[in-house]
Design a protein around this ligand. Structure first.
Ligand code: PLP
Length: 403
């Protein structure tokens, strides 16, 4: 054990030297008052405004999800009490899977403990257990969970195409030998660059080369499309995507992940994927809260909330750009501010917290490449004009600009 401890200390030391050691900030969200949260700084409790949450629509603290969670908590208790097979399936799980299938206009959906596990499980299931030789084409900016799922298959060949580069994807597709099964794995919204995938064009290439499409809609579900089904829904191409993967932890403000696809595929994953079979089902109060969020966001209330969310993101983007800050020009709800240096990025975030009572997350390597460090800002419908103006001024000061 001493040798292992020594190894761990030296690796952590190297991380510190590189300025990449992660310190977690303990935030206590103020329930319905989100984006306000309390943190303890130098032993003092302080109220801060959170500008870096993936609870993009503030659904996690909204009346709908909270009330549904409390009711299920009182009815079912805290935990599911077993795997889905061993007494862990409640009506919330069943109804939620049906709702998610309907949301994506697919035949069936399957819940997992997280979006990460959903990706690992579904991709490794396809590439590892379904027969034949596989060649998978993966966007270079795909999330770690997709990469982990693809890597689990020892036999599948993996080609990485340059981010959103259709010509490169086409060139690589052309290299696959006759008879090989092909799969294109990509995201709809890339959460660090804040850009969209050219989804229609990728579908076109998949058709041309006979490839299956696997789309991670983690940063789009709840947020785009007439019912919050994601970018494929907004673009009217849900039927052309073979497998849609999503999370309940971001736009829906809860926890858990899922895949939605054909009934046969979902039944197969349900029956063979070890990450699904041998783990406790998600907690019933969480499933109930997620279910109420999905239903809310499919309704006219959801349409209004999405419009407000987009308006907020646009407002903040314009404000920061007009303030002369290095905002990356995105069309999504994500507003990345370029810093380009790990130490500086942490210093900016620290200034924001200590001096301005604003919580923003510094994003460093390996989440983004070295030299591409950003402060990632995610406006929610709950952020006011006043908060946005304060953010712009505070960032100017943190960047050493004359406000
Ligand atoms: N896919 C993408 C693109 C992500 O960014 C994330 C997490 O941030 C995940 C999957 C994992 O989702 P979850 O947080 O539900 O595990």
């Amino acid at each position: 054990m001493e040798a292992l401890n020594e190894f761990c200390r030296s690796e952590i030391h190297a991380l510190r030297q590189e300025g990449r050691y992660r310190e977690f900030c303990t935030l206590e969200r103020q329930g319905r008052r989100f984006p306000f949260a309390t943190i303890a700084l130098d032993g003092q409790a302080r109220e801060v405004v959170v500008w870096s949450s993936n609870d993009y629509l503030a659904m996690g603290s909204g009346d709908t999800a909270v009330a549904a969670g409390i009711t299920a908590l009182e009815t079912h208790g805290v935990g599911a009490g077993g795997t889905r097979n061993i007494s862990g399936t409640t009506r919330y799980h069943v109804d939620l899977e049906r709702e998610l299938a309907a949301l994506h206009r697919k035949e069936a959906a399957l819940l997992f403990g997280s979006g990460y596990i959903a990706n690992v499980s579904a991709l490794s299931c396809i590439l590892g257990t379904f027969g034949g030789a596989w060649h998978v084409f993966s966007d270079e900016k795909n999330h770690a969970s997709m990469i982990a799922g693809m890597r689990r298959s020892r036999s599948a060949r993996r080609s990485i195409f340059r981010h959103n580069d259709l010509a490169h994807l086409k060139e690589l597709l052309g290299t696959a030998p006759e008879g090989v099964r092909k799969l294109i794995a990509f995201e709809s919204v890339y959460s660090m660059d804040g850009d969209f995938a050219p989804i229609r064009e990728i579908i076109g290439l998949a058709r041309e080369f006979g490839a299956i499409t696997y789309l991670d809609e983690v940063h789009a579900v709840g947020l785009y499309g007439d019912e919050g089904g994601g970018l494929a829904q907004r673009e009217g191409v849900e039927q052309d995507i073979d497998i849609i993967q999503g999370t309940l932890a971001k736009g829906f403000g809860a926890q858990g992940g899922y895949v939605a696809s054909s009934a046969s595929f979902i039944d197969y994953v349900r029956s063979y994927a070890s990450d699904f079979i041998f783990t406790t089902a998600i907690a019933p109060p969480i499933a109930a809260a997620a279910l109420s969020s999905v239903r809310f966001l499919r309704s006219a209330d959801g349409v209004r909330l999405r419009a407000r969310h987009q308006e907020r993101a646009q407002h903040v983007r314009t404000l920061l750009r007009d303030a002369g800050l290095p905002v990356m020009p995105t069309a999504t709800h994500i507003v990345p501010v370029r810093v380009g240096d790990a130490d500086r990025c942490r210093a900016v975030a620290w200034h924001m917290l200590a001096e301005e009572n604003i919580y923003v997350t510094p994003i460093n390597y390996p989440t983004v490449p070295r030299g591409s460090e950003i402060i990632r800002i995610t406006p929610t419908p709950a952020h006011t004009d006043e908060m946005a103006s304060h953010l712009a001024g505070a960032l100017q000061r943190a960047f050493g600009m004359n406000a």
